[in-house]
Ligand binder design. Structure first.
Ligand SMILES: Nc1ncnc2c1ncn2[C@@H]1O[C@H](COP(=O)(O)OP(=O)(O)O)[C@@H](O)[C@H]1O
Ligand SMILES: [Mg+2]
Length: 306
């Protein structure tokens, strides 16, 4: 994000001071990331975007969180674990069997061979394919089927700093794989697309996986595996259901809630159809600034640069 960026097409772009503030932070963070890389490296981290419902902003979050982190100088890979492969399409790529499908199909597969570059600097993707759907029962019936991704992701150490798993709208085998492989869990909601029952179900699923990952606490200074970051996207402060959703979600996840919803902006949808994240498509859109603020909270909370 620089002052030479094209004039925003968002009819209600972010405020100038807000843009300047986040750009200052991004600039400073880029310096820290570069210095840390020079000093011997950045500890790789994996984020799983999860929510058992569809249409709640998971893919939009995966793409834009990944793009924000890439803009900060991290080398980022998105793993498209959804048979609907919207992350692949949203990054302008075609679905292929030479993507996540191959990793679940052949235990000899090396993720380094499957990384594809995108239009965004520092951002790669391992694409999805609809045949993941047909493969799911076979993966689920394997004794270690839920841990295939967890065994695969470390092969990108040294190549990738941040892994982002985009999962389907259910708690099936691919979401479960994402959760077994993740250091942190990110849960987006769009207003009107959640149920209180669903929040409990998701928390319980994450907790059960945490109990099956005794090594997690050792790796993370005693921290329990849990839902770490929750926020609303497609938020409209003029609508009651947006305000109600914020209240309910903040109550459901008191520690994880990020109190800066990403506003609902039409260019988010346009960018995704054009195969690009909103944050590069229209950096000054209030949605881009919104995603940057979410990324900032996540980087600071998780001490990614500590
Ligand atoms: N901030 C936003 N402004 C406008 N539309 C959004 C925003 N966030 C998400 N959307 C739209 O909401 C829809 C569902 O989002 P998506 O990320 O595909 O959800 P999921 O992956 O959970 O199914 C998409 O059409 C997406 O473009
Ligand atoms: Mg999706």
């Amino acid at each position: 994000m620089t002052s030479t960026d094209p004039v925003t097409r968002d009819e209600r772009p972010a405020r100038k001071e807000e843009i300047a503030e986040i750009e200052r932070w991004a600039e400073e963070t880029r310096r820290v990331v570069a210095a840390k890389r020079d000093a011997g490296g950045i500890t790789p981290v994996a984020y799983c975007t999860a929510n058992q419902k569809g249409g709640v902003g998971k893919t939009t979050t995966s793409i834009n969180l990944a793009a924000c982190l890439a803009a900060l100088g991290f080398r980022v890979a998105i793993w498209d674990l959804d048979p609907q492969h919207n992350a692949t399409l949203g990054l302008g790529l075609k679905p292929s069997l030479q993507g996540t499908h191959y990793l679940f199909y052949d235990d000899e597969a090396d993720p380094r061979d499957l990384l594809r570059t995108t239009k965004v600097d520092n951002l790669s993707v391992i694409v999805g394919h609809q045949k993941l759907e047909m493969l799911a029962p076979g993966v689920a019936s394997m004794p270690q089927g839920k841990k295939i991704l967890a065994d695969t992701v470390p092969k990108l150490n040294g190549t990738i700093d941040v892994n982002v798993f985009d999962t389907p709208g259910n708690l099936g085998i691919y979401t479960t794989n994402g959760l077994y492989a993740a250091d942190r869990v990110v849960v987006p909601f769009t207003p009107g697309s959640f149920e209180i029952r669903g929040i409990k179900e998701l928390n319980d699923h994450v907790k059960a996986i945490g109990e099956d990952r005794p090594e997690f606490a050792r790796k993370h200074d005693g921290k329990k595996f849990s839902v770490d970051h929750v926020f609303l996207t497609a938020y409209d402060g003029r609508e009651n259901n947006s305000k109600d959703a914020a209240t309910i979600v903040a109550r459901g996840f008191p520690d994880a809630y990020i109190d800066s919803p990403v506003p609902k902006r039409a260019p988010v949808v346009t960018a995704q159809s054009a195969g690009e994240p909103i944050i590069t498509w229209e950096p000054h859109s209030s949605a881009s600034i919104g995603f940057m603020k979410v990324a900032r909270t996540i980087v600071e909370r998780d001490k990614v640069l500590a």
